[in-house]
Every structure is written in C-alpha cells, then in structure tokens.
Design a protein around this ligand. Structure first.
Ligand code: AMP
Ligand code: MG
Length: 536
C-alpha cells in the first residue's frame, strides 16, 4: 500500500546519514579554520542565533520530505532550519572541497558557510540532503564569517525554486529564515560596509557534491580516498552504473558530461547567467548550485555577466557558459585520472560534450521557434541570423520569444516598416529601431514564416508548444530586488508573491501580468538589479 504523501512530522523524519557513515571524518572536533587532509568532511554545529523568523517556505519541498505544509509555521521548524536545534539523528558536518576559481587553482575551499544537517529518506525511498547556508563558521570559513545576508538568501531561495518550476535541474530550497542578527557586508568591496539582516536558507538536494570535492583529493595526492569518494558517489547517486570499476568511472564521467551540457542548455534557453561557474560551484549531479551573483538576461546580450567581479574578463558571461562547462569538466577529468589511468576515454567524453551541446542547442533553439525538428539546411542560418538580430537593438529575451508565438503563419509577408506589435513590446529603446533594422527583422520574419509553413503545424498547436518552452515569467533581477527591499523593511509578502508567480512560469496568470514587463529604467543601473558581486 502506498503511504500517504504528507504523513511526517519533523520528529518522525527518517535519517540515513550515509556520507558521514561511509567516508572518513576530520578527527579534530573543534571549530577553527584549518587545512583538513585525508578527510571528506568535518563535524561542526550550526551557530545559535537570537530570533529566527520564517520569511518563506516552499510547499513543494515540504512535500518532497513528506512534511505537512503547516509544519513551516511551527516554532520548532524555525529553530531547526535556522540551526538553533538539532533533531535526534542529525549529524551536522561541513564538506571539504577545493576548486578552480576564475581559471586558477584555489586550493582548499570547502563549506565555509554551509552545514549539512542530515540525509532524509522519504516515503518514496529518495535521499534528500538538508543543508543550511549561512549558519555560522566552519573549519572551511577561511577569513570569512560563515554567515549570509537576507538579500542573497532571498535571491537563492526564490531562484532555486523558480529554476525547478522552469524544468531546470537545480538544488532546491525549503526555507529562508532571518536570524534576528546583523551581518556586515561591503557589497561592492569598495570600502562602504553596511549592516544587513542575517538569514539562513535550507537547501535540499540528493547530493551537494561538487567537482571540487574530487579535485582537492587529487591535488593532495590522496588517491585512496579519492577512490573511496568516487565509489561512494557511484553507489549512492549513480547506482544504475553498477559496481564501481574503471569502466563505471568512465561511464560516470560521461554521464556528468551529459547532465552538465543539458543543464547549461537549459540556462541558455531561459537566459540564466550563473555568474560564478567555478569548479566548486559545479554539482556532480548536473544541478544548478550556489546562487550568488546570478542574473537573467533582460536585453539579449551574449556578453552580459551579472557579476561585477567578472565584468573585466567576462569569463562567466552568457555565451561563454557552454565553454566554461567543458573547461570545468576537464578539471574533473584531471581529478579522476588517477583512477582511470588513461586519458583517452576521458578526452573522448569531453569531445562528446561538444557534440552533445551543439545538438542540444539546435534542438532547444528549434523548440523555442516552435519548429517540429531542427533541419540543418534551413535552421542553422535561421537561428544564426536571429541571434545576431537580437543583439542589434536592446531586445528583452523573455518577451521576444514568448511573443513570437503570437505570430500567425499565413499573415501576409511584411515588406516595409510595420513590425508585429507583439515583438515591438520587447524593445527597450524606440530610437534604436532604424529602417535598416526593421527591414532585417522583417526579412527574418518572412523566412521564419516560410519555415513554419513547411512544418504545416496549426498555429494554435505551435503556440502551445512554444509557450511550454518560452516562459512568460522569469525571476527578473529587479523583481527579486523589490522583494528584497520590502523584506529588509520587515515585509515578506512579496517574497511569497514571487514564489507563487514562479510556480507556474509558462502560464499566462493574467492578474500577474505586471511581473512580465520589461525592466523599468530605474533598475537599469541599480545595485542588485543589474550589478551584483560575490559578497553575500
Ligand atoms: P562562492 O563564491 O559562494 O561559491 O564561495 C567560494 C568559497 O568561499 C566557498 O568555499 C564558500 O564556502 C566560501 N564562502 C563564501 N562566503 C563565505 C562566508 N560568508 N563565510 C565563510 N565562507 C564563505
Ligand atoms: Mg560556492
């Protein structure tokens, strides 16, 4: 008999802490900053805070844990998920990992402000790791405080749920809770520190392992432990690959190449820019992880990066994400090389990433255009020209693609000035729309209509398909900032409102239409809307 879905209380959650049970711990129990060798993690307790207050809670994530939604309003919930109280069976720890940051090896990083509480086994026998972010220092905090502020916590909470509802692999967020304490941050590292409200997010994922967890072991020459961790990972998170062996290590790496490519194609589909694709921020499960200075394309601009720290090199800009995905996979390949002892199969998998990416990109773009299938003879040029046109004038990516579905296949071709009103809505600056531009876009639209006629799909059906791929609502940078401004003033209502909004990003939601409009001018250069830093 199937168990009811929401039959658990906080006290009845079932824990199975496989990571701490199966992998070696740092023997040092005290919480001070240090290098930790020959261990995968250090046990550490979250820091007690003054006055936890729940800002928001995701009902879908409570459901994953089989918890009743009402649990979120209990005092116990706030105490547990801010880190003030542990349930029996919780065994909190911070993971040891390293990473390549902005292209250079950075040595040991580790969970500097993340603390894993426990692994929950739910009624469906799925494993969900609970992890607090911002719950105080750990041995990996280096020179930082282990804390997080409300602004970045709201951004992480809302965006991870938004990504999930967009159908994009991601870590999830159960809750965001203010601590009642202040945290000092110099938002742009320019000598203007400010006190901000502190907060803790509870993140939830099947595993929080990153490329960097494997890299650090290889960098230190800890090959036996590397094998232990890889074997654990395959047995726990990739059981379909069979018992660990050289052959399954290679299959494992291939799968990570596939899931990483698939994740990045999704990002490109919706205009998401991660902002800090360091190898410590790359999930072994191909999940979007570590929401920091991420952003959403407003005007379609391949070179856009939301991260001010990246503004100079643009390593992590929109169009460079696919390449960086592969560069990061190369670092992972180097990390597992000692177990495989042959470069060829790893290189082969890395080459496949290119092919997979290209095929995936073409299929994704064909989908966004409502084509039944990508046909290279016609569609390479069609897509290439569109990507160029989108960058000639500032064009809102989300509105453009969503509204493209409104086009009717058999309306008379345009030959002059008129542009479809639905598309005009996507332009930010009227004065940029020159005669040459109109002609170029119209000529593309005529070609596009002809291409649609080849498919001969009824318009209504094509619209429906397109509307399931091109969202009406994304978590626009300025919307998140408005919710943050209110939350910082003690009003959490807009966080809840945006959470509701992003639950159905492909639906029209007529009463929410004001959340689908272009970025207002005031937000063009406002901190938090168009410019972010790693400081969070
Ligand atoms: P990120 O850029 O957020 O991926 O962080 C890079 C590294 O810095 C990770 O090891 C984080 O745990 C650590 N880190 C970031 N912010 C803090 C903080 N406030 N306190 C301690 N460690 C931090
Ligand atoms: Mg990180």
């Amino acid at each position: 008999m199937n168990m009811p879905l929401r039959d658990q209380t906080l006290e009845s959650l079932v824990f199975d802490n496989s990571f701490v049970r199966q992998l070696p711990a740092d023997p040092q129990p005290d919480n001070y900053r240090r290098q930790v060798s020959n261990a995968c993690y250090s046990r550490v307790k979250p820091t007690i805070v003054a006055r936890p207050k729940v800002v928001a809670c995701s009902r879908e994530v409570t459901e994953l844990l089989n918890l009743q939604e009402e649990v979120c309003s209990s005092k116990l919930f706030a105490e547990i998920f801010v880190g003030n109280k542990l349930l029996p069976g919780m065994d909190p720890f911070a993971m040891c990992y390293g990473g390549h940051q902005f292209g250079s090896w950075a040595g040991q990083l580790g969970d500097g402000r993340a603390i894993n509480l426990a692994e929950v086994i739910n009624n469906q026998k799925e494993r969900w790791v609970l992890q607090l972010k911002g719950a105080g220092p750990t041995p990996y905090s280096r020179r930082a405080d282990g804390l997080a502020v409300l602004r970045s916590s709201v951004r992480e909470f809302l965006c991870s749920e938004a990504m999930h509802h967009l159908g994009i692999p991601t870590t999830r967020a159960l809750s965001v809770i203010t601590t009642g304490e202040l945290v000092t941050r110099d938002m742009f590292y320019d000598g203007h520190p400010k006190d901000e409200p502190g907060a803790v997010v509870c993140r939830v994922a099947p595993s929080f392992l990153r490329f960097g967890n494997f890299e650090i072991l290889t960098a230190r020459g800890e090959t036996a432990l590397l094998q232990k961790l890889v074997d654990y990972t395959i047995r726990t998170d990739f059981p379909h690959l069979g018992e660990p062996s050289v052959a399954s290590y290679i299959e494992w790496f291939k799968e990570i190449c596939r899931t990483t490519a698939a994740m990045i194609i999704h990002w490109m589909r919706v205009g998401f820019v991660h902002g800090v694709m360091n190898t410590d921020n790359m999930s072994i499960l191909g999940l979007t992880i570590d929401y920091g200075p991420y952003g959403w394309l407003e005007g379609y601009d391949a070179r856009w990066t939301p991260n001010t720290t990246d503004a100079h090199g643009r390593r992590y800009c929109f169009s460079n994400q696919p390449h960086i995905g592969q560069w990061n996979l190369l670092q992972l390949a180097n990390a597992i090389y000692p177990l495989v002892q042959s470069a060829e199969p790893l290189q082969e998998a890395l080459n496949t990433y290119n092919t997979l990416f290209l095929t995936g990109w073409n299929d994704m773009m064909a989908g966004k255009l409502g084509l039944m299938q990508f046909s290279p003879e016609t569609d390479d040029a069609l897509i290439g020209e569109l990507v160029e046109i989108l960058q000639l004038v500032e064009t809102d990516m989300t509105i453009f693609f969503r509204n493209l579905a409104c086009l009717s296949t058999d309306s008379t071709p345009h030959d002059g000035d008129g542009l479809p009103a639905a598309l005009v809505e996507a332009f930010y600056k009227e004065e940029e729309i020159t005669i040459d531009y109109r002609e170029r876009l119209n000529s593309w639209l005529n070609g596009y209509r002809q291409r649609l006629q080849q498919d001969n799909l009824p318009d209504a059906l094509r619209r429906q398909k397109m509307n399931n791929i091109n969202p009406r609502y994304v978590l626009r940078n300025y919307l998140a900032q408005q919710a943050i401004d209110k939350a910082e003033a003690g009003d959490f209502s807009m966080v809840g409102e945006l959470l509701e909004l992003v639950r159905a990003p492909y639906n029209e939601q007529p009463d929410k239409a004001h959340f689908a409009v272009k970025r207002p001018e005031w937000a063009r250069n406002r901190a938090g809307c168009s410019m972010l830093s790693c400081s969070s």
